[in-house]
Design a protein around this ligand. Sequence first.
Ligand code: NAD
Length: 486
Amino acid sequence: MESSTFVLFGATGDLAKRKIYPALYNLFLDGKISTPLSVIGLGRRELSNEAFQAQVLNSLQTFSRKPAEDSEKLRTFIQAFEYTVLDVGRPEDYVKLLGHVKAREEDLGIPENRMFYLSVGPEFFGEIAANINSSGLGSTKGWKRLVIEKPFGTDLASARVLNESLSAAFKEEEIFRIDHFLGKPMVQNLEVLKYSNPVLRALWKNRYIANVQITASETVGVEERAGYYDKSGALRDMFQNHMLQLLMMTAMQLPKGSTPEDVSNKKRYVMESLRPLIKDDLTRDVVLGQYAAGEIKGNPVPGYLDEPGIDSSSRNETYIAARLWIEDPMWNEVPIYIRTGKRMKEKSTRIVIEFKEPLNDYNNLNKGNTDPNLLIIDISPNEAITLQLNTKDPLRTGKLEPVRINYQLGNPEIPESYENLIYDALRGDSTFFAHWDEVELSWQWVQPIQEAMEAGVLPLHSYAAGSHGPAAAAELLGDDHWWLDE
Ligand code: NAD
């Protein structure tokens, strides 16, 4: 991999401090970043290079996975960081930035490979891309790439407007849209799990799979993000992006030796195959909820409407569950249940595959009494694979009992999401990023829900903080039930 310049917009922000600097440092220690390294941080405030480097050091000491003790390596890493003042709306600042980038490229002998990482609000994305283009920053002899993070629009129309402005300056293959769920080891493991295990591969079809359940539950409430969250809600904040990405990763079928382009095509195919929601049937397929007061781990917590910064008449959803169908020979008639919410009983992101045909008639003792085989993929905060099988209890009546065979990751050497994703973006590998078609099709699929919410025709169910969500979400499943809501 050739050296490049990492140009970071929003270098004094929270994301940069908590995730981006530690990720770069760990990649550097692992020898995954080409040297010499040049990072140019941008922000509105005046800041000397030394003061900026002190901020970076502080971030490493606070948030890095590997220790940031004083060493030659650490000093070399910190020296790579320089700072330039830039207001995103001032074109002359970009010309100054170009001068800085070029001077360092020449000084350090770095080819004109430039990565523009936009760790700023999405309202700035279009303007920054246009200024990168018009200032000449984007006219490189090497490669140029743009890294952005959700939200990619707030609905289908705004996502399209944003994409048009980005594509005026960058080609689709130069745009790396981060969905940090895709950087998680267990999500990156899904393909291997499905296709490198003949046992699972043979069963990965609608003949054997009863249903798929994808859950991302949080125990926290809105925290300091009230202003943002009260406009966004669970649909925009989680469902349209992270949850549908998990669905695509679970359902896509890749050819052997697949390329990033194959991944993009197969994910698009999943989204194109989703049965569209019908306005009149929405209440059958979608459940919205908002948390009321309750208890989290024994501590009383207020309801959503009593949270600081939330409008006391807000109809914003803090929970959404939906039933989806993929109209494709492999997934036909397999319901996919997705749910995500705040102030739930457990913090967990997990995929459960329930297999069909429990051995109901194995013997009379167990008639109608056996549990199905389950494949449980814990993504976060646990990282584990669990297989639930039935065995005969030799001590007692010979009854069948479910047992869970568990493999747990938990090695501190495992890179964090942002390390995986920044490394891939630097290598130009877009496998684990959100591509435009997926983003567009996801907005398109959720549009009827957004319209129904705006029209106020979808009921908003209340659920107690610390519960598994509204009772209506259990009814959504009919004869099935959510697994692991013990
Ligand atoms: P932040 O408010 O902490 O930082 C924003 C940065 O943008 C600051 O460095 C600020 O100086 C800069 N900025 C603001 N206006 C500017 C202007 N006019 N010109 C130049 N710079 C300007 O925000 P954050 O939490 O770091 O988030 C950045 C982006 O990443 C947001 O789009 C957010 O949605 C997204 N994001 C953040 C997190 C997170 O964990 N913080 C997680 C996922 C996504």
